[in-house]
Design a protein around this ligand. Structure first.
Ligand SMILES: C[S@@+](CC[C@H](N)C(=O)[O-])C[C@H]1O[C@@H](n2cnc3c(N)ncnc32)[C@H](O)[C@@H]1O
Length: 233
């Protein structure tokens, strides 16, 4: 298992400064993803969904929602949270990538690409291409640009905290992240950054007609979301 998957495999990752941050974060993401659901019958995959505490908002707007999460403890908590939900299935990353071809109307991978080696990202782009139905859409979110990513992320978190009543917890949380494994992992496991041009080139090479969305999913608008359709399927 990758070091980043281990890092996220806490019941509550240090990335979220408190429960309020986690819940506002996932609600914001779910509200943004919900707007991208193409129809009420759509079959949707959220790959690397994390704690997804507001996934029911997405499920209410689609026909079926598959939540794929590689971290076992996070997945166990998702399984408990959504047990018995008629539209939500929780699966491993492997189960998601082995899904029947041409199954999904929408595939979202948000804030995951930075943790993947380039070859792993390329493999997933090819897999998602085959999993999409004709006319389906792949949304690649939270792509981190190369320069000043860390100060921009810290500033965006403080603003998000100020707007949602957890500014001081955010400031304290930033210090906690600073002394956590995050910086060590950044050096050892790496954190992938892409310019807009580089990721568009990669998406084109994988057979997608992609464009940058006006708005990044979530609260950090310096990062980028790409809307990708499949060429000629
Ligand atoms: C920042 S969280 C994103 C969670 C959620 N999508 C969001 O936007 O809040 C990063 C996610 O990437 C997943 N992840 C990290 N490395 C991965 C890998 N090699 N394969 C699959 N998932 C991975 C982690 O398990 C975690 O759920």
């Amino acid at each position: 298992m990758s070091d980043w998957i281990d890092f996220y495999d806490f019941k509550h990752s240090v990335i979220y400064v408190n429960a309020r941050h986690r819940d506002v974060h996932y609600r914001t993401i779910a509200e943004d993803i919900r707007k991208l659901v193409p129809s009420p019958a759509a079959v949707v995959l959220d790959y690397g969904c994390g704690e997804a505490t507001s996934a029911d908002l997405i499920a209410a707007a689609c026909g079926q929602l598959v939540l794929a999460e590689a971290a076992p403890n996070v997945r166990a908590s998702l399984t408990m949270r959504y047990a018995g939900h008629p539209k939500i299935a929780v699966v491993t990353a492997e189960q998601a990538t082995a899904w029947k071809q041409s199954s999904f109307d929408l595939i979202v991978m948000h804030s995951v690409a930075q943790y993947l080696k380039e070859a792993e990202l390329d493999r997933l782009l090819a897999v998602f291409h085959s999993l999409l139905k004709p006319g389906g859409i792949f949304v690649l979110g939270d792509i981190v640009p190369p320069h000043f990513a860390a100060p921009a992320a810290a500033f965006a978190l403080l603003r998000f905290g100020a707007a949602n009543g957890f500014f001081w917890a955010a400031a304290f949380g930033l210090m906690r992240i600073f002394v956590s494994d995050y910086l060590r992992l950044k050096k050892t496991a790496g954190l992938a950054h892409y310019t807009e041009e580089a990721i568009l080139k990669k998406l084109k090479a994988a057979g997608y007609a992609a464009e940058r969305a006006a708005h990044n999913i979530g609260h950090n608008q310096r990062r980028m979301t790409f809307l990708c359709r499949i060429d000629g399927k």
